[in-house]
Design a binder for this molecule. Structure first.
Ligand code: SAM
Length: 296
């Protein structure tokens, strides 16, 4: 299996986690796409692997829900979900005044397009397009830009740790030229990968959490041939420094917001849930603009 195909497995896991929590649009996408829970089997040999779905579902849900909330607050007519995977976000954010554009690599887009009618049947008024674009390619992104007329909220959720520094440079150049042309903003909900999962595993599993995290990441890094440490962008400070150097303005907002209703936190004790919330209150999500200052 090629590296890029394996990357789409991580997108399947995100959808499965949201569907297992009972989030209606995710349940609908999963009913149509029918992904197998077997994608997690690759981690089965790891001691404590049975705790993985609980931990991963909390990260999937907070990133999904907080991003949706920030999309609503920033409120631009086009929602451009870069590396969309199988996210059911279209059914949450798309209405008569908002267009959703999902972008990913060819195998993911082919699957979404093959099931387009069934996936989008959940809502009536759904203006949606899916485009196959390698985000680390200047020419392919330029072609995509021709399709986007109006202010854009760009999202990258679950993409950055997979890109090398050179690829991130291309991504930044691409997003900057888009935002300079259309206006709008770029939302990065997962700006602290060095904290997000390790702290969560520790809150759920105590001392054993650190070991589980290391083992899971070792398997994942081997599978997708990634070197997380060489890829950089492990902390919000590091990301912000690079973004500012590249002509962006960055606003930090907490990852957690009181208005979120999260199903996944009910899977753990109240005390554990409180610890996780405290961590998320000091973890940053980023709202980025090129030129103008963001509103919230
Ligand atoms: C962890 S998944 C995240 C999917 C989705 N954003 C979500 O949160 O559920 C990573 C996604 O990035 C996509 N991806 C990786 N490299 C890419 C690239 N160079 N261009 C476009 N998409 C890419 C993969 O195909 C995969 O769907």
């Amino acid at each position: 299996m090629k590296k890029k195909k394996r990357l789409s497995k991580t997108a399947q896991v995100n959808l499965l986690m949201l569907a297992d929590l009972g989030i209606p649009e995710a349940v609908h996408f999963q009913n149509v796409l029918q992904f197998s829970h077997g994608v997690l089997d690759v981690l089965r040999h790891i001691p404590m692997a049975s705790s993985l779905p609980v931990c991963i579902s909390m990260v999937s849900e907070i990133l999904y829900e907080r991003t949706n909330e920030l999309i609503r607050k920033n409120d631009h007519p086009i929602i451009l979900d870069l590396a969309c995977g199988y996210s059911p976000r279209v059914l949450r954010v798309c209405d008569s005044t908002h267009i959703y554009v999902g972008v990913d690599l060819p195998d993911v887009i082919e699957e979404l397009r093959n099931h387009r009618e069934a996936l989008l049947s959940f809502r009536e008024e759904t203006a949606t397009d899916y485009y196959s674009v390698d985000l680390t390619n200047y020419d392919e992104f330029r072609e995509l830009m021709k399709q986007l007329q109006g202010e854009v909220t760009v999202i990258t959720q679950g993409l950055l740790t997979y890109l090398t520094p050179d690829q991130k440079q291309v991504l930044m150049d691409n997003i900057r030229s888009l935002l300079e042309t259309t206006g709008g903003c770029w939302i990065i909900p997962d700006s602290e990968p060095a904290r997000l999962l390790p702290e969560l595993f520790q809150a759920v599993l105590g001392e054993d959490g650190a070991a589980l995290f290391q083992q899971v990441m070792a398997v994942l890094d081997t599978l997708v041939k990634r070197d997380r440490n060489k890829n950089g962008w492990r902390s919000a400070d590091e990301i912000c420094t690079d973004l500012v150097k590249n002509g962006f303005q960055v606003q930090r907002v907490p990852l957690f917001s009181e208005s979120l209703k999260l199903y996944s936190l009910h899977q753990v004790s109240q005390e554990t849930a409180q610890k996780i919330i405290e961590n998320w209150q000091t973890t940053d999500a980023l709202i980025i603009t090129a030129g103008t200052k963001p509103e919230n």
